[in-house]
Design a protein around this ligand. Structure first.
Ligand code: NDP
Length: 252
């Protein structure tokens, strides 16, 4: 069937660029109503236009996910407009790699605020949607974006990797409570994907390392991750693909 996600209401955070934007488009193409969250409203508005032009349904909410009250307001708006969200792609994140002795404590804090606290704010606001959907016999998915950085030992990645390790392990623990309620909980752990992620790095060496990697090998495109997330959401309700690592073939 061409629309395996028909009737689903998806929320995608970090949807204004990169894998979030392309995943939102793909979920809409497969029939889901998609609510896109990020701070850059113009980007979200043009994404919504593209989705609608392709025959899909989408709605933009400009939200800074580090603002807990704002995320709760967004969840209330989703409920009022579309009923319950039943698919949450919890994807907003930032990677600010730098050597530990540089003491870029503001960068440390930004990663913790977004990758950990922001992710938790989305879970707090939308979990009742997911448990309600599951209780009504509908599919319910919480898919968190982690990274291969969650397990790899890479110089200069310590704070970022720490936040991603948190996400991967949190997800395993959430399954223990939510699996029995038929809420599927999963992480997608990508390797190198060509997105805006390296643009934010303030350490010039680290930023060059990322840029070189992107040019040296045939890295993943956001569409590759989007296809994976769509697949995770489209499998039968009793199947939970819990942790998927997706690497560029040439990345070791
Ligand atoms: P992008 O930088 O292209 O996307 C990041 C998204 O997060 C943007 O839409 C950005 O939108 C949003 N965002 C940033 N801050 C906030 C905030 N405070 N509130 C709401 N949204 C916010 O990079 P990617 O697509 O690569 O990143 C997506 C996820 O993938 C991240 O979690 C990243 O760690 C992870 N990842 C990326 C890999 C890669 O190689 N690219 C590899 C493995 C994991 P805006 O600025 O408009 O708010």
């Amino acid at each position: 069937t061409g629309t395996p996600l028909a009737g689903r209401v998806a929320v995608v955070s970090g949807a204004s660029s990169g894998m979030g934007a392309v995943t939102a488009e793909r979920l809409a193409e497969l029939g889901a109503t998609v609510v896109v969250l990020a701070r850059r409203k113009e980007r979200l508005d043009s994404l919504v236009k593209n989705i609608e032009a392709a025959g899909g349904t989408a709605f933009a909410l400009a939200v800074d996910v580090t603002d807990r009250a704002a995320v709760q307001t967004a969840a209330d708006q989703v409920a009022a407009r579309f009923g319950k969200a039943d698919l949450v792609f919890n994807n907003a994140g930032v990677q600010l790699i730098s050597g530990i002795e540089e003491l870029k404590v503001d960068d440390w804090q930004r990663q913790i605020d977004l990758n950990i606290s922001g992710l938790m704010n989305v879970i707090a606001a939308f979990l009742p949607h997911l448990t309600d959907s599951a209780a009504q016999g509908r599919p319910a998915d919480l898919i968190n974006t982690s990274s291969i950085a969650a397990t790899r030992i890479l110089a200069k990645f310590s704070i970022y990797s720490g936040t991603k390790a948190y996400i991967s392990h949190l997800t395993r623990l959430l399954r223990v409570e939510l699996g029995p309620k038929m809420v599927r909980v999963a992480t997608v752990e990508p390797g190198m994907v060509d997105t805006e992620l390296p643009d934010h790095v303030t350490d010039p060496d680290a930023s060059k390392l990322m840029a070189d990697l992107i040019h040296d090998i045939d890295v993943l495109q956001s569409a590759d991750v989007a296809e994976t997330v769509a697949f995770m959401a489209a499998v039968p309700r009793h199947v939970n693909l819990t942790e998927i690592t997706i690497l560029p073939t040439a990345q070791v």
